[in-house]
Design a protein around this ligand. Structure first.
Ligand code: BMX
Ligand code: ZN
Length: 317
C-alpha cells in the first residue's frame, strides 16, 4: 500500500480477560502490526503493558510517516463514556474499578483517547465493516474468555442509562446456579464462555468424572475440549454441546426481546464450529417465538478482531 503523511491511522487496544491485543488501524479497517500478549494479572502491570504496546505502535506509525489521529480502547467492564473511565468490572479483570483510563493514556501518549466496552466495540465494527452493514437491528456476541455483547436497535447501539446495557454474558439461565462475579447467579457466561467451560471441566476433573489426557488443569481451553471430543471423549463432547445449547436458551430470550435481523457471533469459541454452534442454533429455534426465529439469521463474523477494530472506529470519531 502506498502511504503518505496524509495516511490517517488510529491505535487500537483491546483489554480482554486473557489477552491484551493492539494494532495500528487504517481508516478502511485494515489492521497492521498486530500484537497480542497475555493480560497481566495486576492492574498496574496491565496498564504498563498497554502503554508499552501503544508506545511501540506510535513509534511504528511514526516510522511509516502515518498520522495518528488517536487511541481507541476496547475493554471488558462498564465504561463511563464521558469520562473514559472503567467504572466497574467482574473478576475477569480484577481491580479494574474506577480506573480513569482515558486520562492516564492521554497524558502518557499525548494523543486523544476514547474508551468503550468490548461488546459495544464489536457491534460498532460489525456495523461499519462486518455483517452488521446495512442491518438496522442486530446483536453482536463475542464468545471468548467471557461473553461480550452489543445490541443495535434501529441503527443505534443500545447504551441504556449509563452505558451498561448489553452485558449479554450476564443473563441468568439458572436461578440456583453458581455465584457470578457480577453479583448474579447462574449467568450464561458461567456455562458457555471459555472461562465457563474451563470451570465446568475442572469440576469434572476434580470429581474424576472426566479424564483429559495431556491437558493440565490450567490449559483447559474450549479448543482443547473440542479436540478431546473429536477424539471420542464423550464427557468433553457433552460439555461443549451443553455450552452451545445453554447459550441458545439465553439467545432465544434475546430474540424475543429485540427481534433482531441478525445475531453475529465472534470470538474464539466460534472456532470450535458445529460442535458448539449446532446445539446453539437448534436450541434457539426450539425456544424462540416463531416470528422472532423466522426474522433472524445467525451468522459468524468475518472480521479478524471485531472488538479491536471497533476500538479504532472510536478513535476515528
Ligand atoms: C465479562 C465483562 C464484560 C465483557 C465480557 C467479555 C468485565 C471485566 N467483563 O462479561 O464487560 O464484555 O466479559 O470479555 O466486567 P472478554 O474478557 O472475554 O473479552
Ligand atoms: Zn454474571
Amino acid at each position: 500500500m502506498k502511504t503518505t503523511t496524509s495516511t490517517k491511522v488510529a491505535l487500537a487496544v483491546d483489554l480482554g480477560g486473557t489477552n491484551l491485543r493492539a494494532a495500528i488501524v487504517h481508516r478502511e479497517g485494515a489492521l497492521h502490526h498486530r500484537k497480542s500478549v497475555r493480560t497481566p494479572r495486576t492492574k498496574k502491570e496491565a496498564l504498563d503493558q498497554m502503554i508499552s504496546l501503544l508506545s511501540e505502535l506510535k513509534d511504528e506509525a511514526g516510522r511509516n510517516v502515518w498520522h495518528v489521529l488517536g487511541v481507541g480502547v476496547s475493554t471488558g467492564g462498564r465504561v463511563d463514556l464521558e469520562k473514559g473511565e472503567i467504572v466497574d468490572s467482574t473478576a475477569l479483570l480484577p481491580e479494574w474499578q474506577h480506573v480513569p483510563l482515558r486520562d492516564i493514556l492521554q497524558s502518557t501518549l499525548q494523543l486523544p483517547v476514547c474508551v468503550d466496552n468490548d461488546g459495544n466495540c464489536a457491534a460498532l465494527a460489525e456495523q461499519m465493516f462486518g455483517k452488521g452493514r446495512a442491518i438496522s437491528n442486530f446483536i453482536a456476541l463475542v464468545l471468548g474468555t467471557g461473553i461480550g455483547g452489543g445490541v443495535v436497535v434501529e441503527n443505534k447501539i443500545l447504551r441504556g442509562a449509563r452505558n451498561a446495557a448489553a452485558e449479554l454474558g450476564h443473563i441468568s439461565i439458572h436461578y440456583d446456579g453458581p455465584q457470578c462475579s457480577c453479583g448474579n447467579r447462574g449467568c450464561i457466561e458461567l456455562y458457555a464462555s471459555g472461562s465457563g467451560l474451563a470451570r465446568l471441566a475442572k469440576e469434572l476433573l476434580k470429581s474424576g468424572t472426566i479424564k483429559l489426557e495431556g491437558m493440565p488443569e490450567d490449559q483447559i481451553t474450549p479448543q482443547a475440549l473440542a479436540d478431546a471430543a473429536q477424539k471420542g471423549n464423550a464427557v468433553a463432547r457433552q460439555l461443549v454441546e451443553q455450552a452451545g445449547a445453554l447459550l441458545g436458551v439465553a439467545v432465544a430470550g434475546l430474540l424475543n426481546t429485540f427481534n433482531p435481523e441478525r445475531v453475529i457471533l465472534s470470538g474464539s469459541l466460534t472456532n470450535i464450529g458445529e460442535l458448539y454452534l449446532k446445539p446453539f442454533r437448534e436450541t434457539v429455534r426450539a425456544r424462540a417465538m416463531t416470528v422472532a426465529w423466522d426474522s433472524v439469521e445467525i451468522v459468524v463474523s468475518d472480521l479478524p478482531d471485531p472488538a479491536l477494530l471497533g476500538a479504532a472506529i472510536l478513535a476515528f470519531g
